[in-house]
Design a protein around this ligand. Sequence first.
Ligand SMILES: CCCCCCCC/C=C\CCCCCCCC(=O)NCC(=O)O
Ligand SMILES: [Zn+2]
Ligand SMILES: [Zn+2]
Length: 479
Amino acid sequence: MLVHNKWRIIRLLTLVGLSLLLVLLILFIVVMSRTFTLKENLGLQFAQWENTTIISADIIFPNVFSSSLVKHEVVGNYSHLFTVLGTDPELVPYMLLAHIDVVPANEVDGWEAPPFSAKELNGFIYGRGTIDNKQCVMGILQAVEYLLERGYVPRRGFYIGLGHDEEVYGYNGAVNIAKVLKSGGVKLQYILDEGLAVMDGIITGLNGPAALIGVSEKGQATVKLSASTRLGHSSMPPKENSIGILAAAITRLEESPMPRLFGYGPEQSTFEHLAHKFQFPLRFMMSNLWLFNPLLSRVMERRPDMNAFVRTTTAVTMFNSGVKVNVLPSHAEAFVNLRIHPAQTLQEVLDLIKSTISDNRVKLELVDGFDSLPISSYDEQSFGYQIIKKTLLDMFPQVTVAPSICIGNTDSRHYMDLTQDIYRFNPTWLRPGEPERIHGINERMSVQNYEEIVLFYFQLIQESDIRILPPSHTGQHEL
Ligand SMILES: CCCCCCCC/C=C\CCCCCCCC(=O)NCC(=O)O
Ligand SMILES: [Zn+2]
Ligand SMILES: [Zn+2]
């Protein structure tokens, strides 16, 4: 009887012990999964890798994540959609976009600070993404945080979309956020996404800085080229093998740039808006592009950043071949990334590549591509454009604002069904040598400029509350 009781007590104690362990395990899993979801999904963590301090987004932006005015949804597993309610349902909402993903970075390429350290050096925060596009992610959320903290209640509702795969076409992030909005019947007054910037000392001959607002963006084509030849011993090589054939094709492409088209796209309007800020004779030339295009194109094409406005650009970005030093390569492949000028179509570009290569042994495959995007309005009645312009001029009266074409691509193209007016801009100040840092080494953002970006969104959100634009200064259009 005594032995029997002893076993019953042992069994009971074991059961209690095991249950306790199970509860602890469940608690641990819940806490850990919550931490990881926030960390991994938002990608907003400030990580100081040396001591691995990680702070998640709801700690940095407590009001954004707790306000009854803000609804937060995770879309496509890692992207974020914030819906901010406005008090006036009559006002068509607008949307701010940014992306949380970045292109790769490797310290050994010559970074002055580790690319994922966010280290501050001489007033600049160094890190991959600091100007593409974490400055907007953090700038938008920080602005909303400050507004909510001050008790601000928007009159016009707005959305914030933070994509997680912009650098790889946005098919899971932006595409799904747009689907969510579309299924809810949402229409947008305007969209503001990443894009062009404030050019300070970048445009040769221009007096003062220029804020270029992307009212369109170039098209894009990614083309895979490949060649195949016989595998074999390197001691008995044929006259040409797959590497040589493909290299020759690539050389032909690089030596035959696409035609000059400067002045046949929105860049014509850019220079018309900027013309008065150039000295004679440049002022005269910029105002008469129809006559001076050929000359100006030849000067501009010498600089890669300016050349992007002149033509469809051709960049060979990847090349793979070979397995061993003494084995003939049976296969070589390369990827060419082209940014299509609006005066050319994707099909025209593909035809030109084919005729330039002019070698049937080289196979051409279109990996992805699209034409340049429609031009958004930028006249006196254009709500979004004028709100962005006013916000900018209030902050930086010395800047000349001009419509332009974004030479890189953005998530905003996936939202085309929701609005006619998409603008690609943020007030990142770019000075000589800085455009090269985008996707390059030593990407950085000055602390001062980051503060300006926060202030820009802070003001823009409030400016967007206006019901209608005031009458234009020409007095021709009363709204
Ligand atoms: C007409 C005067 C031209 C002045 C020189 C302009 C210098 C250009 C500076 C900045 C352009 C930045 C484009 C940024 C958008 C890039 C977004 C991105 O990386 N998207 C992915 C992709 O395009 O592959
Ligand atoms: Zn970007
Ligand atoms: Zn980018």
